[in-house]
Ligand binder design. Structure first.
Ligand code: SF4
Ligand code: ZN
Length: 344
């Protein structure tokens, strides 16, 4: 039996890099201290903020919601609203929705369930079906990620939130970094900062409090707090997701050479820092001319996808026709999007 490095209790976790062992109580303390440190380091939250937390009902997002509710007691006037995006994936999402609903009701947390059907006009299952029929070059996870961000941004604006928190952890960041390196998508790499904010009032600040915390620690925090059931529930579209191959590779690397993930994260942060100093890429946000959400292009990716899928409303179609006629950048954007060579 391995003993906790701080007391006589049995350890539930050993940090392979520091060699320290933690019992349940000391692990929870260690985890929360680390997340609070990230929040302070990047100035993520301030008194009076209204935080919308993107929650899927899975381990990472339940851990984030639980942690932020505890933090609420320490930050005066902090308001927390959980938003669960229901993509409409049959046999999958309906299993995780009750996890959030039960937790929110038990802890009196405000929550909103926002569906793709209501906000995009179709469920992900319908979108995937339509995409195959139209022979569009995108994978299910591309639609899922882009539309999920679109729904979260829209809801955050609707409820007047000042901050949008997502549960991306160190593993997610490193995987996305490598996927974008393979794609040569530098603009996206440079947007992987722990905080993204802007002086534009329509842009809700986006934060990732678990940025420096490995996935196995967020999972353990969720389990030790009884936030999730240790059961296997996998999205049926996972087989199309290249992320899982990258994830396996990075985990193998970490197993063999502990500290590799932190090393990759440090190199990502360094790149972002260098770009901030050199201003290599101007990260001016615009407002999507169709939906009004923040976008680095005149029309956001969600609206490009919606247009390809025939999901724009009539007045939106008219707006797009005018843009395509009058703005060559928009026409170029639609042409590029059609090539669909992005890993997701
Ligand atoms: Fe969405 Fe893909 Fe994740 Fe399924 S595996 S929830 S489709 S991103
Ligand atoms: Zn848009």
């Amino acid at each position: 039996m391995v003993k906790c490095s701080f007391c006589d209790r049995q350890a539930v976790y050993v940090n392979r890099i520091s060699g320290l062992a933690y019992c349940r109580i000391h692990f929870i303390e260690y985890f929360e201290r680390k997340a609070r440190k990230t929040i302070r380091k990047y100035n993520m939250l301030n008194p009076g903020d209204h935080v919308v937390v993107g929650v899927s009902g899975g381990k990472d997002s339940m851990a984030l919601l639980h942690f932020l509710l505890k933090l609420k007691k320490k930050i005066p006037g902090l308001e927390v609203t959980a938003v669960l995006v229901d993509e409409g994936i049959k046999g999958y999402r309906e299993k995780t929705i009750p996890t959030l609903v039960n937790y929110a009701e038990k802890h009196s947390v405000k929550y909103i369930i926002a569906s793709f059907k209501d906000y995009i006009g179709a469920t992900l299952d319908e979108i995937v079906q339509k995409s195959f029929e139209l022979k569009l070059p995108y994978m299910p996870c591309s639609y899922c990620g882009v539309f999920r961000r679109h729904v979260l941004n829209t809801v955050a604006r609707e409820v007047g939130a000042t901050v949008l928190a997502t549960a991306h952890n160190l593993d997610d960041m490193v995987q996305t970094y490598l996927m974008n390196l393979i794609n040569n998508s530098w603009d996206r790499i440079l947007s992987l900062a722990p905080v993204r904010s802007s002086s534009e009032e329509y842009i809700v600040k986006r934060i990732k409090p678990f940025y420096e915390i490995p996935e196995k620690e967020t999972a353990l925090y969720a389990l030790l707090n009884g936030l999730i059931q240790p059961e296997f529930n996998q999205c049926p579209y996972v087989k199309y997701n290249v992320r899982f191959t990258i994830r396996k590779l990075v985990n193998e690397l970490e197993d063999k050479y502990p500290g590799s993930k932190y090393g990759l994260l440090r190199s990502l942060l360094e790149l972002i820092e260098l770009q901030n100093k050199a201003k290599l890429v101007e990260k001016n946000f615009e407002r999507c001319a169709i939906c009004g959400n923040p976008s680095s292009h005149p029309v956001c990716r969600a609206c490009v996808f919606r247009a390809h899928l025939g999901l724009l409303k009539n007045e939106e179609k008219l707006k797009l026709d005018v843009l395509l006629r009058e703005n060559p950048d928009v026409a170029k954007l639609f042409k590029q999007a059609g090539s669909g060579n992005q890993l997701q």
